[in-house]
Every structure is written in C-alpha cells, then in structure tokens.
Design a protein around this ligand. Sequence first.
Ligand SMILES: C[S@@+](CC[C@H](N)C(=O)[O-])C[C@H]1O[C@@H](n2cnc3c(N)ncnc32)[C@H](O)[C@@H]1O
Length: 237
Amino acid sequence: MIGKYRFGKGDIAANIRDSYGFDGDLLDIFVNNTGPVVHKWHHYIPLYDRYFGAFRGTGFKFLEIGVAKGGSMQIWRKFFGDKATIFGIDIDPACAQFDGKAGQVRIGSQDDPAFLKAVVEEMGGVDAVLDDGSHHMDHVHKTLEILFPMLSAPGVYMIEDMHTAYWPDYGGGPEAAGNFFRTATGLMHDMHHWYHAAAPHHPATKGWVGGLHVHDSVVVLDKQDVARPVHSSVGAR
Ligand SMILES: C[S@@+](CC[C@H](N)C(=O)[O-])C[C@H]1O[C@@H](n2cnc3c(N)ncnc32)[C@H](O)[C@@H]1O
C-alpha cells in the first residue's frame, strides 16, 4: 500500500526543502544520520520541528512509543540536546540493547496501564509523547487514554502514521468505528463543550485539549488547562 510512495534515490534534503519549505537543523540531523536506521515520511520532519522544537535545549521529558532499531532515539538526542530526559518503550525485548545509549529504553506494551505508569514515574513526569508504536487503533486509543492524563500541562501529544486509521488490519477503515479520525472529531466536539450540552466523547481529555492539529497521518493534541472562553469589546466608538 505505501510502497508507491517510497521516495527512491533522489536528494532527500532537497525534497523536504522544496516540498515543505523547511530547512531546519532536524533536516540535517535526519539526512546525515549514519547511525541505526530511521525511516520517516518526509513531511513529518517539519512537523516534529513545529511541535517539539520549543523543547530544544531544555530539560524536558520526552517519551517515544516504538524504539525499533533505535534510530529515532539518537535523532531525538541530537535534536533535543543533553539536558532532555528521553525514554523509549517497545514491546520487543531486543530493543533493550538500546537502553542507555541515546536515552533509556523500557520493555513493555503501550496498552499496559501499570507499565506506562511505572515508566512515567521513573521519568519524573512527561512533557511530550510521540506514539510511533503499533499504530493499531486499539493501542492508539488505549495509550492516549492512559498517558494523556499523566502528561504535563502544557504538554504535547503526537500520534504518527495514522494512515493506519483507514486499514482494516489495524482496526481501521474509512467508516470503521475504531478509525482514530472519528476520535479526533469527538475531541474537537469536546473542545467546544462550552457551546453545546452533548456528553463528552472522551472524558479523559475533556477540559485539557487546547488545540487539536490534524495533518496527513499525524494528529497532535496540545494539552493545557483550558480557561473558560470570554470576550470583550474594546474601542472608543
Ligand atoms: C514504527 S516502529 C518504531 C520506529 C522508531 N520510532 C523509529 O522511528 O526509528 C514501531 C515499533 O513499535 C513496537 N510495538 C509494536 N507493538 C507495540 C506495543 N503494543 N507496545 C509497544 N511497542 C510496540 C514495534 O516492536 C516496533 O519496534
């Protein structure tokens, strides 16, 4: 299915620059990677910079779900710097070999509440989450339900590869009940709860989603303690 979108052997940096007008450090870090393999859709690079860039150089706490070959963790270390706490989790015990390299790696499932709680406790909290795990609808939903309440406010929660929301093998489908974009629509309705009386779709996030961003295959939730909206009139006449 995604094979037809493979970029091939062209100039990756030029493609990202030309297609998305992005030429930041993360582009250099990505294209010059000589360490463990990392595989990313080109349009994700500017999105990472946009949503995670403000954390660079700070002592923030970042949790990535899905370690695989360890490639992304070392990219994050280069991008975020030495002060950041970087944890990765994966269900594959082989990923333990990357523990202590670019960050800490813990082995367990993204849908296991006790495991996630223990990891976040060990991290001392979490300011940003990137879900690049199984991409299965059941897991994506469950992980959001468990981790979003533990996320700092302000905080950022990003889920990638959500083209799987359209694939039955991942519990998705254009009209499937589990399609994550239905959830995103529910979150949008919840964000506007001030203006209607419908019951919340997702009580775990209600009152804490300050912004919801949907890009091709990427969904980002801005967590914040959302203030009741007010309005004013100003001006002399
Ligand atoms: C797309 S790869 C991660 C790629 C990595 N973030 C990178 O960019 O280099 C997905 C990973 O999620 C892991 N995974 C699959 N199911 C999982 C689960 N239930 N809990 C945690 N990790 C899971 C897989 O073992 C695999 O290593």
